[in-house]
Design a protein around this ligand. Sequence first.
Ligand SMILES: C[S@@+](CC[C@H](N)C(=O)[O-])C[C@H]1O[C@@H](n2cnc3c(N)ncnc32)[C@H](O)[C@@H]1O
Length: 273
Amino acid sequence: MDPIKLYWEERAENSNGKLNVTTDDVYFRELEINTLDNFIAQHFANGNKIKILDLGCGDGHMALSIAKRKPNVYIQGFDFATNMIAIANAKLAKLAKLAKLANEHEIKNRIKFKVGNILELSTLLEKHNYYDLIITSRTLINLQNKIDQYETIKNIHTLLNTNGYFIGFENFIENHELLNQVRQTIGLTPIAIRWHNRYFVEQEFIEYTSKLYTEVEIIDFASSYFFATRVIYSLFCKAENKTPDYNHLIHQQSINLPNMGKFCPVRFVVLKK
Ligand SMILES: C[S@@+](CC[C@H](N)C(=O)[O-])C[C@H]1O[C@@H](n2cnc3c(N)ncnc32)[C@H](O)[C@@H]1O
């Protein structure tokens, strides 16, 4: 089996349905969801039906959170890890049952999770099926070479409605290096890039995507959060000889900080067709 698929299969199998299944930093996931929620509120304000594709949807937490908040969204999620999709479908079934009991808005018919490799997008999806919004959240960095990453960005473009958006929460090397420079100046060890991730280079990303998309924006949305948790909190942990705890109050509270700087490798990429 592909080692990256195996990694996610095992992580899902051992997760017990916990939110740290796709990253140990669970509050970071909330920050991503809030950012996406605000984006939808700003760009799709008319209340019309919004068709969303979530590529590499993991345990479906982002899709389910958005669908709960916004009754006009319809989401199709794909992930190549069977165990991730099993968790996502179990969460959907639980939520649908609760919604029915409470006589609340039906969620079941608005979300579908399926197993699928995003490198085979053209065979996964029905022909002439277009989306208003296509999301990847730390998924493209799992593709192991530049060609696959940029081919996928091109295929996403084909699947978007005119004026549709590709939204990515994806990592860039420049911010990663800046964060490590700061850490090193205060005696913290550099954070390593995980073996299964391949970060984007900003200039290359802009050059390639600008040829396809009418608007390209790369927004730093979590820099203050990273400065608080990976610099200040890490310094405290070092001084007290403690292992950082992702559930610490500083993680919980720092998602509310206004954004400053470029210290978070994960950036919010907004590409308009
Ligand atoms: C870092 S996790 C992020 C999951 C989710 N998007 C989230 O916000 O938490 C990356 C996910 O992408 C999936 N993935 C990686 N490569 C994939 C591929 N080629 N096709 C489909 N899914 C893939 C993994 O199985 C994993 O669930």
